[in-house]
Design a binder for this molecule. Structure first.
Ligand code: ZN
Length: 100
């Protein structure tokens, strides 16, 4: 099944097959990241800068801020959802680095 992915509202949403699956203001708990020096960054998503598809996975890069230290930054590619047999499902973003 083809996956059509794009951002909406100037990066406020990741849109997959005409459904908004992930929005800004989410807090991602990132354990493997380069945003700041925090071992685990609680990262408030402010904008989605890039979206892409890798097989069944939808990936995104996001700009935002670590709550812990206030540092701003942009994440690496993170998996935000997966196309299942019947429909698309968002996943918990875990900060697993997705190599590109
Ligand atoms: Zn931090």
């Amino acid at each position: 099944m083809a996956i059509a992915v794009r951002t909406l509202d100037e990066g406020a949403w990741v849109n997959v097959n005409n459904t908004r699956i992930v929005g800004v203001s989410n807090v991602w708990k990132l354990s493997d990241h380069a945003i700041c020096d925090c071992e685990v960054a609680f990262f408030v998503v402010e904008v989605f800068t890039d979206v892409g598809v890798d097989g069944r996975w939808v990936e995104a890069r996001a700009g935002g801020q670590c709550i812990g230290c206030g540092e701003h930054g942009t994440t690496e590619w993170l998996q935000v959802g997966k196309m299942g047999a019947d429909c698309f499902r968002p996943v918990e973003v875990e900060g697993i680095h997705v190599p590109k």
